[in-house]
Design a protein around this ligand. Structure first.
Ligand code: GDP
Length: 432
C-alpha cells in the first residue's frame, strides 16, 4: 500500500487529524506530551483507495526535545513514505521549531501537503493563507476536530499519492529484498560496508527497477540483492530521546518492504530485550529470518559458553532460523550469509502440494490422535496450504484443536519439510 506520513509539532492536531482520516467517531486526542503510542501505522481508506497512514509523531517529547523530535519525524517520514502531510496550527503559524523541517520538506521530491489546522470556519481562512510563505505550496485549511476541509485535503492527496507504493513495492522477479536489522552498535553498517564494498550498482541503469532512494542494490555471492533502508543504517538519527521509537518505526517500515531480515546480534553483549523485540517484529511481519552473530573475532571461550546458553534459552523460538557466525571487521564467514539468505527465502516460498499435506496429516493423526476433550475428539477433515511467504496452512476441523496439538503439528511440519528460515502459520477452520 502507498504510505502517507503525518508530521508536525505536538499539539497542532495530528492525532485529531489521524482520527478524522480513519473515520473514527470519537477523536481520541491525547494532550499529554511524552506518550508513546504503540500503533503508528494505520490502514486507511478514502474513496475506495486504500493506503497506510503513518503517524511519525508517536513519540512526543518534552519541551526541550521538540526540535529534535520534529526533525526526526520529518526525516523518517520523508524516507519511508510516498507522500507527507505537514500539519501546522494555523492559529500559531510556523514556528522556529518548524524551520528545519520546512527545509527538509522543500528539498524532497515526494509530494508534500501543507495542512493548516484549526480553521474552524470560513472566516478564519485568511490565517491559513499566511502559510503560503513557507514555500510548501498551497495551504490546505482544515478543522481536524470538526472535519471541515478534510475531504478536500484527501481528494488532493489521492491525486498525488502513487497507487503502488515505491516504498513498499513488491517487485516480482527483481533482486530479492533484504533488511539488515539490529540494535545500535551491533555492526550493521560495518556489515553493510564490508559485504557491499564499494561495488554498489548504479540502479537507474538496471532495466525495469524502480527503487526507493533509501535502498541500495548490491552484488553478493554473484547475485543482485536489494538492501532496504540502508539510509537508516548509514545515516543515524542522532537522538537521545525517542531514539527507540524511531528505530522501531524504521524497523517496521524496513520489514514491510523486505522479504527476508538479517537480524544482527553482538556476541560480546548479552542478548537483550531490544534484540528480542526486533526478532518479534520480524515474526509479526511474517518475513524470513537469518540470525547473524557478529564480532565473532572478539569472542573468548568463557563468553562463548554463555552465549550458547543464552541462545538456547532466549532464542529457542527461532531455532529454525539459519545462523551465521561472522565478523564484519575481519570478513570471517561473510560468504555464508548468501546461502543462508537463499535457504530462508526458498523456505519462505515453499508450497506443499495438497495431496502430500493431507497424507502428512493422516499419518500424523494415526500416530498421535488429538486427545479426547469432554467426550469429544476434534477431527481434522482436510488441510491445505493457503499461502506462501510465509507458508500458511489451514486445517478444516470438527472442533477446536488444543494449542499444544497445533504446536505439535507445527513441529512435525518442520521435521518433514524443514522450513529453515521461515515462520510458518497453521490456522483452523472449525466446521460444525
Ligand atoms: P551499527 O550501529 O549496528 O551500524 O554498528 P557499527 O557498524 O557502527 O559498529 C559499531 C562498532 O562495532 C564499531 O566500532 C565497529 O567498528 C565495531 N564492529 C562492528 N563489527 C565488528 C566486528 O565484527 N568485530 C569487531 N571487533 N568490531 C566490530
Amino acid at each position: 500500500l502507498p504510505v502517507l506520513a503525518i508530521v508536525g509539532r505536538p499539539n497542532v492536531g495530528k492525532s485529531a487529524l489521524v482520527n478524522r482520516i480513519l473515520g473514527r467517531r470519537e477523536a481520541v486526542v491525547e494532550d499529554t506530551p511524552g506518550v508513546t503510542r504503540d500503533r503508528v501505522t494505520y490502514k486507511a481508506e478514502w474513496n475506495e483507495r486504500r493506503f497506510s497512514l503513518v503517524d511519525t509523531g508517536g513519540w512526543e517529547p518534552d519541551a526541550k526535545g521538540i526540535d529534535a523530535s520534529v526533525a526526526a519525524q520529518a526525516e523518517v517520514a520523508i524516507d519511508l513514505s510516498d507522500a507527507v502531510l505537514f500539519v501546522v496550527d494555523a492559529k500559531v503559524g510556523a514556528t522556529a521549531t518548524d524551520e528545519h523541517v520546512v527545509r527538509l520538506l522543500r528539498k524532497t521530491k515526494k509530494p508534500v501537503f501543507l495542512v493548516a489546522n484549526k480553521i474552524d470556519d470560513a472566516r478564519q481562512e485568511p490565517e491559513a493563507a499566511a502559510l503560503w510563505n513557507l514555500g510548501l505550496g498551497e495551504p490546505h485549511p482544515v478543522s481536524a476536530i470538526h472535519g471541515r476541509g478534510v475531504a478536500d485535503l484527501l481528494d488532493a492527496v489521492m491525486k498525488k499519492l502513487p497507487t503502488v507504493s515505491a516504498v513498499a513495492k513488491q517487485e516480482i522477479g527483481g533482486p530479492r529484498r533484504v533488511a539488515i536489522l539490529g540494535r545500535p552498535n551491533v555492526g550493521k553498517s560495518s556489515l553493510l560496508n564490508k559485504a557491499a564494498g564499494e561495488e554498489r550498482v548504479v540502479v537507474n541503469e538496471l532495466a525495469g527497477t524502480t527503487r526507493d532512494p533509501v535502498d541500495e542494490i548490491v552484488e553478493l555471492g554473484g547475485k543482485l540483492w536489494t538492501l532496504v533502508d540502508t539510509a537508516g543504517i548509514r545515516r543515524r538519527v542522532h537522538l537521545q530521546q525517542g531514539a527507540d521509537f524511531y528505530a522501531s518505526l524504521r524497523t517496521s517500515a524496513a520489514l514491510e518492504k523486505s522479504e527476508v531480515a538479517v537480524v544482527v546480534l553482538d556476541v560480546t553483549q548479552p542478548i537483550s530485550v531490544q534484540d528480542l523485540n526486533i526478532i518479534d517484529l520480524v515474526l509479526e511481519s511474517g518475513r524470513a529470518l537469518v540470525l547473524a552473530y557478529n564480532k565473532w573475532d572478539l569472542l573468548d571461550d568463557d563468553r562463548r559458553r554463555y552465549l550458547e546458553r543464552e541462545i538456547e534459552q532466549d532464542l529457542a523460538h527461532v531455532a529454525w532460523a539459519p545462523r551465521v557466525n561472522i565478523s564484519a571487521r575481519t570478513g570471517r564467514h561473510l560468504d555464508k550469509l548468501v546461502p543462508a539468505l537463499e535457504q530462508a527465502l526458498e523456505s519462505w516460498d515453499t508450497r506443499v502440494p495438497t495431496g502430500k499435506f493431507n497424507a502428512f496429516i493422516t499419518e500424523l493423526v494415526a500416530e498421535h490422535p488429538h486427545p479426547v476433550r469432554g467426550g469429544k475428539q476434534p477431527r481434522i477433515l482436510f488441510g491445505t496450504q493457503a499461502a506462501t511467504r510465509p507458508p500458511t496452512f489451514v486445517l478444516f476441523t470438527t472442533g477446536f484443536l488444543d494449542p499444544g496439538y497445533r504446536r505439535f503439528i507445527t513441529r512435525r511440519l518442520r521435521e518433514i519439510w524443514g522450513f529453515e528460515g521461515t515462520p510458518i502459520v497453521v490456522n483452523m477452520r472449525v466446521r460444525e
